[in-house]
Design a protein around this ligand. Structure first.
Ligand code: GAL
Length: 321
């Protein structure tokens, strides 16, 4: 797993470990604290110690093709977990969510919240992208921008900073502090006489960083409400933020289902069966199209938070309060 610094990967890891152990397998769960070299060393070590299957959520999807050659020589299947490992033929299967769909849900949320289909506007929007070394980030961006671009083109949405390319909007490693600084800079340079109405954010860590910046510049009061702001991963802090009327929306990706999917893929591979997939077209890693299983993401705001996050047992009510 990439890092223990993000709640979801801790849950992903724990869930997978539990499920795999219930199936009678031995597991070795390692976190690389977002350092690519750590992850390479961990994988190498696992191969040396005789791993039968590798399940990897990469930090930098472009950095693992060399090490996967070693896995290939030893016939160790590799499951790409949540993030696609690029440039290697030796990625056996991919378990993930519908990443394009994540972006679409974020874009559609903004369209609905602002009433763009009814011709409302113009509104000011700023755009954030995910980490450029994570293939998912391009899918999130494309899904959202395919929804939002027509409204930017017709003037209902205005990006005052003019930063409408992924490369201008991307936040390396999805770092919330970097997002906060970018938001500070944009507000200072472009919003002294303008009000920001919406923010496309691909990830809760980025959203929370942007919200801190906005609050420090006077947003979040009755006269100057926070913009509509999207997110992803359903952080506990985000659930609290949504209930407090700060962040508007998040995408809930039930990592329990993803862990289950990866554990079932593992079992199939060990038993010599074909793992179940539902997509054999979308995920080309530049070496092959990787057979994938995509799980549906769910859009959550204050109206369905209780049902989706609390009643489903994903987050404890106590943790939020
Ligand atoms: C993405 C993942 C998101 C989020 C992000 C930051 O690859 O799909 O759910 O966790 O990384 O870690």
């Amino acid at each position: 797993m990439p890092t223990q610094g993000e709640e979801r990967w801790v849950e992903d890891g724990n869930n997978m470990e539990r499920l795999l152990e219930e199936k009678g397998y031995e597991t070795d769960l390692q976190y690389a604290e977002d350092v690519v070299e750590n992850q390479l060393a961990q994988i190498e070590n696992m191969i040396t110690r005789g791993a039968d299957i590798l399940i990897i959520a990469s930090i930098d999807g472009e950095a693992l093709s060399g090490i996967l050659e070693q896995a290939e020589i030893l016939d160790i299947p590799v499951i790409s977990y949540d993030r696609l490992i690029m440039n290697s033929e030796h990625v056996s299967y991919y378990a993930t969510f519908d990443n394009y769909g994540v972006g679409e849900l974020q874009g559609e949320y903004i369209v609905d919240a602002l009433g763009l289909e009814d011709g409302e506007g113009p509104f000011n929007i700023e755009l954030f992208g995910g980490s450029p070394d994570d293939n998912n980030a391009y899918f999130f961006w494309d899904g959202a921008m395919d929804v939002l671009t027509p409204y930017i083109d017709n003037g209902q949405l205005v990006v005052q900073s003019n930063q409408t390319d992924f490369n201008q909007a991307a936040i390396l490693r999805f770092d919330g502090e970097v997002a906060q600084t970018r938001m500070d800079n944009i507000l200072t340079a472009h919003y002294s006489n303008e009000n920001l109405d919406a923010i496309l954010s691909p990830y809760d860590g980025i959203s929370l960083g942007a919200i801190s910046s906005l609050q420090s510049q006077g947003y979040g009061t009755e006269n100057r409400p926070l913009p509509i702001i999207t997110g992803q991963d359903a952080f506990v802090a985000t659930a609290r933020s949504i209930e407090n009327g700060e962040q508007t929306q998040t995408i809930f990706k039930d990592t329990r289902l993803l862990a289950e999917r990866a554990a079932n893929m593992t079992e199939s591979l060990i038993e010599g069966k074909e793992p179940e997939v539902n997509d054999t077209e979308s995920y080309d890693n530049n070496a092959k199209v990787v057979p994938s299983y995509l799980i549906d993401p769910v859009s959550v705001d204050k109206d369905n938070l209780e049902e989706e996050l609390i009643e489903s047992g994903y987050i404890d009510r106590d943790a939020i309060e």
